[in-house]
Ligand binder design. Structure first.
Ligand code: ADP
Ligand code: ASP
Ligand code: MG
Length: 440
């Protein structure tokens, strides 16, 4: 019998009814032995995720806003008590809730506060399923700088998992060398799922969410986009990095070397096959030239102009050294003969723009230097796509017909993607037009 690791997102575990659906899915396949839950998500569009309420509580505790803290913490308790009573479980978590409340008030830390969403949900799910509970802080370890310590984690986790036929392991958090709790970035339960799949020697990592797989475009932008049946780890990484938020951008790393496929599935429609994320899709005939489109707003372009830049050896290095000194990571570097542009997230330079420009002027003495905000980046992704004649032309034609001006193009040398920069105001129109051009 094989082993499957199953991760359920917050939308799949938002209330007692969803817990029941999740339990049915798990129990319908005996191979589903290791379960990674998120914290309860939104029950409706206007609802608030438990993780967001925990961050709020941490903030209220720090600012000594006792009344606000109590009101929000009360809502969190209601969410969990509602799930327990809705499931008809005989399970008292009042002691846990009180302990966590006091710990947050005593400044146990922002990550500790946020992590309790997954911790409590996992306790309840383990009880409901009759599975063992393994606390992530005993098996997921971070290094001093905050990166995951894969070696230590893999050995501790696989050792622990061997002792449990079936277990629930909370997503999103682990432990620092100084014993404090640390979380991944938002959406990080996807990473925990991937780590558990690796350490348990799973044959498949199922990631259950509220859509029927990875879609060719964000469903909040394109109506009813097609489901991608099969996609490679590399393509998925490109899409998720560029905004396809269905899977955390780092979630493929743990499983990809081991070649464990990820299957993204819909908890509300378990009969749908979902998307298979695999190492190689050789021999698989995809329906469309492109695999998917994703994008994000919130980028800036810093353009540096200097006559004869091309003959000034070391110019680029000096510019990039300044970015390095400021600890800024950039996305793209489109350049002309006498211009060099650096594209990066606007949030990275906010509040430091003047200092950064002064440092650049001082280092390379350019003729001019400008900052333009309000750029959105769009990635059109597809293995082999760039090699197929006319693909770029079709992307540009679609944008032209939608009256969208393309401000930047970056095709790189890999055959996987074409990146476009457009005005933020044109973002949705451009994504819709490109989708319409390739998917009929
Ligand atoms: P979970 O609670 O299961 O972790 P998320 O909210 O993190 O779920 O991710 C699922 C959501 O991602 C979908 O509801 C959808 O709105 C959004 N999304 C954005 N881009 C895509 C895409 N390309 N394919 C599927 N979903 C996407
Ligand atoms: N609960 C966390 C968040 O909201 C982690 C996750 O859902 O994956 O970001
Ligand atoms: Mg998620």
């Amino acid at each position: 019998m094989g082993i499957k690791t199953v991760k359920f997102g917050g939308s799949s575990l938002c209330d007692a009814d969803h817990f029941r659906m999740v339990a049915d899915i798990i129990k319908s396949d005996p191979e589903r032995r290791y379960v990674v839950p998120s914290a309860p998500g939104k029950r409706s569009k206007d609802d608030i995720k438990v993780t967001d309420m925990l961050y709020e509580c941490y903030k209220f505790a720090r600012e000594r806003m006792t009344r606000e803290f109590d009101a929000t913490y009360e809502k969190i308790c209601d969410r969990y008590n509602g799930i327990i009573s809705g499931l008809g479980l005989n399970f008292d978590i009042s002691g846990e809730l009180e302990y966590i409340k006091q710990a947050i008030l005593m400044r146990a830390g922002r990550d500790f506060a946020a992590s309790r969403g997954e911790y409590l949900n996992s306790l309840i799910l383990a009880k409901y399923l009759g599975y063992d509970f393994i606390d992530a802080e005993n098996v997921i370890f971070f290094k001093e700088g905050g990166n995951i310590d894969m070696e230590l984690t893999e050995s501790a986790l696989s050792y622990e998992l061997k002792k449990h036929e079936r277990a629930v392991i909370p997503g999103f958090y682990g432990k620092m060398p100084n014993d404090t709790v640390k979380t991944f970035s938002r959406g990080g339960s996807d990473i925990t799922g991937s780590i558990v799949a690796l350490a348990s020697g799973s044959d498949l990592y199922e990631n259950w969410t509220d859509v029927s797989g990875v879609l060719m475009a964000d469903p909040r932008i394109v109506e009813n986009p097609c489901v991608i049946e099969k996609i490679t780890y590399r393509e998925l990484r490109e899409l998720s990095y560029m905004g396809a938020s269905v899977l955390h951008e780092d979630a493929t790393f743990p499983v990809r070397n081991a070649g464990i496929p990820i299957n993204v599935r819909n908890t509300l429609r378990p009969e749908d096959p979902g998307t298979m994320i695999v190492k190689s899709a050789k021999g698989y005939d995809k329906k469309h030239i492109i695999t998917g489109i994703a994008g994000k707003k919130g980028f800036s372009v810093i353009t540096i102009e200097s006559d004869m830049m091309n003959s000034e050896v070391g110019f680029g290095r000096k510019v990039l050294e300044i970015f390095e000194e400021f600890g800024l990571s950039f996305e793209h570097l489109p350049s002309g003969i006498d211009t060099m542009s650096v594209i990066l997230a606007t949030s990275e330079i906010e509040g430091r723009e003047d200092r950064l420009l002064r440092a650049l002027k001082h280092s390379v003495h350019p003729d001019s230097i400008t900052v333009e905000k309000g750029l959105a980046l769009i990635a059109v992704v597809g293995r082999g796509m760039v090699k197929s004649k006319g693909t770029a032309a079709r992307v540009f034609k679609a944008c032209t017909e939608a009256d969208v001006n393309i401000r930047m193009i970056d095709q790189g040398s890999c055959e996987l993607n074409i990146i476009l920069g457009v005005n933020e105001a044109d973002f949705e129109a451009a994504v819709g037009a490109i989708y319409g051009e390739f998917v009929h």
